[in-house]
Write a protein that binds this ligand. Structure first.
Ligand code: ADP
Ligand code: ADP
Length: 230
């Protein structure tokens, strides 16, 4: 069955709805691209699915549990233990080295420094950034920084990785390498990836595309040529 589903989501910040009946589902290990123009509601959908934003109405279930009725504490515990996050930029702690950044989620959940940094280095090797472990985020390239961020998102063994324009600040070559490594690493650990992007080139790394427009969503399936299915 599906790991994470949403039905009939509505969310408004002002007079114009950001989400107006959006639906979504993702299976374990699946990579789903959320596509659509700027302002269409992609980030709001991602924030609702991740339990960061509460929709005005609609249902979101994770692993059979209703997310919208959980307490804030339950939702943040879920985010820490089951979800990983990669954003466009600014998410690494500048004062920490790259290996300390990757180890941070494990340190916060009580893992010893030695063990956390060993696990961090294993993930950094897979993302091909183990050589920048001792550097601070300000001393590495944009592509290296995003690969460090991907390692940090995966180090806790999440079941869902939320990636909002993860390559938006990179040139196409670095962006493609980040996408290759992100999807490879997620597939090898059977993590689902919710990938928000407005670039077809990035969405090409997904198994399926969900198109968002004016807060409404459609699943696009290659087997229904030129047709959209709600
Ligand atoms: P996208 O990610 O597709 O660019 P967003 O989900 O960021 O779209 O935004 C959808 C709409 O909701 C936009 O009109 C945006 O300005 C508005 N919006 C999103 N987040 C907020 C917020 N925190 N406060 C007010 N308006 C918001
Ligand atoms: P994205 O590039 O992913 O669409 P944005 O740069 O639009 O993200 O938004 C960054 C943050 O600002 C998000 O947390 C979003 O919810 C919030 N935001 C977006 N639009 C507005 C808005 N009109 N007013 C207030 N906050 C907003």
């Amino acid at each position: 069955g599906a790991l994470l589903t949403a039905q009939d989501l509505h969310k408004a910040y002002g007079p114009t709805p950001a989400l107006d009946g959006a639906a979504f589902s993702i299976h374990p290990g699946e990579v789903v691209a959320v596509m659509g123009p700027s302002g269409s509601g992609k980030s709001t959908l991602l924030h609702c699915l991740a339990g960061i934003v509460t929709p005005d109405s609609g249902l979101i279930t994770y692993n059979g549990r209703e997310l919208t009725t959980m307490s804030d504490g339950e939702r943040s515990a879920l985010r820490r233990s089951e979800f990983g996050f990669v954003f466009q930029f600014g998410q690494l702690v500048p004062e920490l080295t790259c290996v300390e950044n990757v180890a941070l989620p494990l340190r916060l959940s009580g893992t010893s420094r030695k063990e956390a940094e060993r696990a961090a280095l294993t993930w950094m090797e897979r993302l091909e950034v183990d050589d920048v472990g001792a550097k601070r985020p300000g001393e590495v390239s944009g592509g290296q920084g995003q690969r460090v961020a991907v390692a940090r998102a995966l180090v806790t063994g999440p079941r869902v990785v939320f990636a909002d324009e993860p390559t938006g600040a990179l040139d196409s070559l670095n962006g493609e390498r980040v996408m290759e490594l992100l999807t490879e690493a997620a597939r090898s650990s059977n993590a689902a990836v919710v990938l928000v992007t407005h670039e077809a080139r990035v969405a090409a790394y997904s198994d399926r595309e969900v198109v968002v427009r004016d807060g409404k969503s459609w699943t696009w399936s290659a087997s229904y040529e030129r047709s959209y299915e709600r």
